[in-house]
Design a protein around this ligand. Sequence first.
Ligand SMILES: Cc1cc2nc3c(=O)[nH]c(=O)nc-3n(C[C@H](O)[C@H](O)[C@H](O)COP(=O)(O)OP(=O)(O)OC[C@H]3O[C@@H](n4cnc5c(N)ncnc54)[C@H](O)[C@@H]3O)c2cc1C
Length: 463
Amino acid sequence: MSSSEQHQAIVIGGSIAGMLAARVLANYFEQVMIVERDTFSLQPEARAGVSQSPHAHILLTQGYRIVSDLFPGIEEQLMAQGALEIDWLAECPVLFPSGWAPRLQSQIQSITCSRNLLEFTIRQQLSRIQNVHWLCASTVIQLVPDSCTAMLRGVLVKDAQGQMTPLLGDLIVDASGRSSPAPEWLKHIGYPPPEETIIDSGLGYASQYFRRPVDFSKDWKSLYVMAKAPDHPHIGALVQVEGNRWLTTLMGINRHYPPTDDAGFLDFARQLRSPIIFETIKDAEPLSTIHSYRATANRQRHYEAIKQGPGNFIGFGDSICAFNPVYGQGMTVAAQSAVTLDQCLKRQWMGGGGSIGPGFSRSFHRQLAAVVRTPWLMATGEDLRWPQTTGPQPDWITKMLQRYIDQIIRLNSRQSMVYQAFTEVIHMLNPPHSLFQPKIMMNVLAALCSRDPSCPNSVRTSR
Ligand SMILES: Cc1cc2nc3c(=O)[nH]c(=O)nc-3n(C[C@H](O)[C@H](O)[C@H](O)COP(=O)(O)OP(=O)(O)OC[C@H]3O[C@@H](n4cnc5c(N)ncnc54)[C@H](O)[C@@H]3O)c2cc1C
């Protein structure tokens, strides 16, 4: 490779994870090339490569904070395009299995907007970074190995005319999403593919946009009605987004898929544990068709366990760990992964004189495994409460934790302090062990000892 090639990073896939990775890589490499099979419109619009985009996407507070750090000024740009600020405790009533959560002012804040707007705005921000370039309408079809070292030389790219061109770089980042072909690519060039763990609760989505009436005056911006194992597998979310619209997403666990016809969709909403979403949308004007999505299994590829992979190839975003999306973790974990990438590159640059060494991939993947461990346990722990969920069953530690979390969830609808601490964990602001602080443990113990486990069920949809 020539010296200029030594300073190029290649990112496969220009969605949220790819762009966050590119933002960090731009600080370390002379050039960052994002190869994306789609082309982009000049408006925030859905595109074929991101079939999840018509569905509600919640950016958790931790993810929002990281994205705001990576792209200073993005908050203002999002708001200018119609995104709404939201205080998740004050402005999103949640119906837990035990009842409605209390509503209180908090710092657990982020934004609500469509996934299209969020991705579009990040792309606009990234376009200001001089050394980040795009190769659109181009699909990576293979990795190009180096014949002398355990490194890659680059990737093979196929353009819209079917022409194949090698693209050389000294770090290859796979951010091509949950159906990434990278394991096959690795196998093809003689490296072992990663082992996979899949835990599938059979969750299905259906989503539709509605017009929010201009005179609508309720004091919430989103609603969330949870399932209740084992008898109520239906979930509903309604999110106010730009353009004075509501995005309603209905979900069913264990293949209780929400219908995609208007009448069936409304009927499913009516059968949620609270009729509030049905009441809100029943007379509202639909602004889109109903889109469905079913590939929601938790899927982790264990790159961290590969001993002999190419030293300059890393997985990133959903390609390495895709979660059941109902927990809203994917974009925030991608943001946390960008922070990890930054830390690893900083260390590498300090120790290795500004180049990627053969041990980089292993060391990054090990650190990333630590980042995804907690969200993975949280998502799969919840999914495994449902008897039909497939995949490795929880060990006794997870089962004990589930029991403890059951009590926390039970207390959520009664105790603001517990609810706040729980939501901080969900938004990845605090680690799960923060739920074991003495104040909370005392409450859990008191609830366990109490002879009256019943919880209030009154609908707290106003403060
Ligand atoms: C229904 C649903 C709802 C979700 N809701 C939430 C939520 O509320 N909150 C949240 O944080 N996350 C949510 N997620 C997850 C979130 O969408 C992803 O975590 C996030 O988009 C990051 O994914 P990614 O960038 O790794 O991959 P993707 O977004 O899937 O993008 C992959 C990109 O790679 C491109 N590509 C693929 N193959 C190639 C190739 N060979 N060559 C070139 N380009 C290629 C694609 O065109 C695409 O642009 C949801 C996911 C789903 C499915």
